[in-house]
Design a protein around this ligand. Structure first.
Ligand SMILES: [Zn+2]
Length: 153
C-alpha cells in the first residue's frame, strides 16, 4: 500500500479516442488509513468523553467506507461520458460493451441537448438523419409518381 497515490490522470477513450480525465486511484492509501484512524479516535473521544478502545470498530468502519467510496469513484470514472464505452465490461464481454454504447447513443440522441454536446457520436447521429431524409425523399417521389402518373402523348 503506497503512502500517497496519484488521484487523477488523463487517458484516451478506446472507442471514441477522446482525451478525458479519470480517477486512477483504485484503492485507499496509507494517508487515508491514517486519516480514518485520527477520525475514529476523535469521534470516540467526543462520543465517550475519554480515550476509548472502541475506536477500533469505528476505524474499521471508516476504512471500509473509504475503500468503498474510492473504488466506486474509480469504477464510475472508467465509463466514457461522451460515448458510454466501458473498458472493464469490454474486457469481459465485447458484445455487452457494444450494447452499452448502443443504449447510451439511443438514450442520448433522443434528447435535443445531445446536439450541443461535444460527443463524437454526433457525426453518427447526423449521418443517420441524412440517410432518413434521403429515404423519405425517395419515398415521397415514389408516391408522387403513383398519385400523378406522367401524361401520355
Ligand atoms: Zn468514449
Amino acid at each position: 500500500m503506497p503512502l500517497i497515490s496519484r488521484l487523477r490522470g488523463r487517458c484516451y477513450c478506446a472507442f471514441c479516442k477522446t482525451e478525458r480525465s479519470v480517477y486512477v486511484k483504485k484503492h485507499i492509501d496509507m494517508t487515508n488509513v491514517l486519516g480514518a484512524m485520527i477520525l475514529a479516535v476523535a469521534v470516540a473521544f467526543v462520543y465517550y468523553g475519554e480515550p476509548d478502545p472502541r475506536f477500533v470498530v469505528l476505524f474499521g468502519l471508516f476504512v471500509l467506507l473509504g475503500e468503498a467510496f474510492v473504488y466506486l469513484r474509480w469504477r464510475a470514472s472508467m465509463v466514457c461520458k461522451l460515448c458510454g464505452f466501458d473498458p472493464l465490461v469490454y474486457k469481459r464481454s465485447p458484445e455487452r460493451a457494444a450494447q452499452g454504447v448502443r443504449e447510451f447513443y439511443q438514450e442520448k440522441s433522443a434528447k435535443p441537448e445531445f446536439l450541443l454536446s461535444r460527443s463524437p457520436l454526433i457525426e453518427v447521429h447526423r449521418r443517420e438523419k441524412r440517410q432518413q431524409r434521403r429515404q423519405q425523399m425517395v419515398k415521397s417521389l415514389a408516391t408522387r409518381e403513383k398519385v400523378a402518373p406522367p401524361k401520355s402523348l
